[in-house]
Each structure stands twice: as structure tokens, then as C-alpha cells.
Design a protein around this ligand. Structure first.
Ligand code: GSH
Length: 230
């Protein structure tokens, strides 16, 4: 599909490497909501997309004639229109989860900076910042395996794309971001095994992400590490 036309009530517009879109897909999969997806090239945004997306960003979700944007808004909407909810019914717990959902975006930015680091000092600065942020998250986790223990909730969907990118990057460079953080480690493992998470990216995601690493950071990663992915 190359236009905004959709045969399902929900039409998601995506870019294959976007972690924000991935949140929406995880929620759609968790809720077993049928949807169509259209991938666009963000370097060459189609006119129909620019007409629909107020910020020129993905994700957008078309719901009939309406257009939703911002991944958190999309996730909350999908959660509200389909039971069972992936939010706690307790307003305080829900608000706390929303706050930590917002915090997840700073981890996306951290992984983006790592992927674009062009020297060792910059890389190390961002690595340390990410490690610190994950240590802060560690304090929020309980017995697991998920953020709110046994139940997978919206907040989990918001972190899974970050851990998926770390997993790919880890094949190239020793990041050691979860050393000493057993709860985060257990949480990441549980998320990466979750079927909605595994199915939330296009089949060529790993290949595309790997190409991005090659293009951006591979020479630096080769100096810094270990394996031989190139
Ligand atoms: N706050 C937005 C962020 C979305 C976002 O930054 N999307 C990126 C791709 S991952 C994008 O569309 N960028 C295109 C641009 O900025 O021109 C959300 O949560 O949906």
C-alpha cells in the first residue's frame, strides 16, 4: 500500500526503524486489533503524509476520517477503546506509569546518540548517561518480570523498542549497560521474548538497523570492541 487508503478501521503510518511507531504496533498486537500499516521514507515524505501529519512525524494513526499523532496519545486511545485495559485502574499508579512512559523517550534519545557517536569520548559520555538512566529505572522495578510485576502494561510497550535496539547494538559493541542492574536485565529479557514485541518490527528490521550501524558508527564500534559483525 502506498497511499493513506486502508481496508481496516485502523491505518498506521510508519518508518521501519522508528521506536515510537513500534510502541503503537506493540499495543495493537497486544490488543489483537486488526490494522493496516504503510511504511514511508522519512527522507522523502509523501505529500499525502505531510497533509495528514501535523508535525511531519510518524506514527500517525488514521481512525476513519480522524488522524491521531504522538505515540503516547495513540497508545492511550487504543487502550481505551479495547478491553482489557493495559493500565491500572488506580489513578495514582496510572499517573506514575505515564510519567515513566515519558521517561522512556529519553532512553530512545540515548540510543540514538550512541548510534550517532563519532568519537570515543562522545560515545562514552552517552553510554554513561544511559547507564545512569537505567539505574534510575532499576529503582522502580519490583519482582517482575514486567514494570508492574506479572502484568504486561502500556508502560512495558514503551520500553521494549529501546531494549530491542540495545540488543542489536550489543552484537557490535560491548555496552555493559545492564551490569549490576538485575531487575532491568530480567525486564529486558521478558520484553524481548514477548510475542507482541517480537512481531512489532518489519521482518528486515535487524538488517536495516545493522546497515544503520554500519553507516554511522561501525568504524568506532570496531575500535571499541569485541565481535566481528562487519
Ligand atoms: N513524540 C513523538 C516522536 C515521533 C518521532 O520523533 N518520530 C520520528 C521518527 S522515529 C519522525 O517521524 N521524524 C521525522 C522528522 O522529524 O522529520 C511520538 O511519540 O510519536
Amino acid at each position: 500500500m502506498t497511499t493513506q487508503e486502508s481496508t481496516e478501521p485502523y491505518h498506521l503510518v510508519s518508518f521501519k526503524l522508528c521506536p515510537f511507531v513500534q510502541r503503537s504496533v506493540i499495543v495493537l498486537k497486544e490488543k489483537e486489533i486488526p490494522f493496516n500499516i504503510t511504511y514511508i521514507d522519512l527522507q522523502n515524505k509523501p505529500d499525502w503524509f505531510l497533509e495528514l501529519s501535523p508535525l511531519g512525524k510518524v506514527p500517525i494513526l488514521q481512525v476513519g476520517e480522524a488522524v491521531l499523532f504522538e505515540s503516547a496519545v495513540i497508545a492511550e486511545y487504543l487502550d481505551e477503546v479495547t478491553a482489557p485495559s493495559l493500565h491500572s485502574s488506580d489513578p495514582l499508579i496510572k499517573a506514575r506509569h505515564r510519567a515513566w512512559m515519558e521517561y522512556a523517550s529519553t532512553l530512545f534519545m540515548g540510543s540514538y546518540h550512541l548510534l550517532n557517536a563519532n568519537d570515543e569520548t562522545i560515545f562514552e559520555t552517552h553510554r554513561q548517561e544511559l547507564k545512569q538512566k537505567l539505574a534510575t529505572v532499576e529503582q522502580q522495578l519490583g519482582e517482575g518480570p514486567f514494570f508492574a510485576d506479572e502484568q504486561f502494561q502500556l508502560v512495558d510497550a514503551f520500553y521494549a523498542p529501546f531494549f530491542m535496539r540495545l540488543q542489536e547494538m550489543d552484537k557490535w559493541v560491548t555496552l555493559d549497560l545492564m551490569v549490576g542492574l538485575p531487575r532491568v536485565q530480567r525486564w529486558a529479557n521478558a520484553l524481548l521474548q514477548r510475542s507482541s514485541v517480537r512481531q512489532s518490527v518489519a521482518t528486515d528490521f535487524a538488517e536495516l538497523y545493522r546497515a544503520k550501524i554500519k553507516q554511522n558508527t561501525a568504524s568506532l564500534f570496531t575500535q571499541l570492541k569485541t565481535g566481528s559483525m562487519i
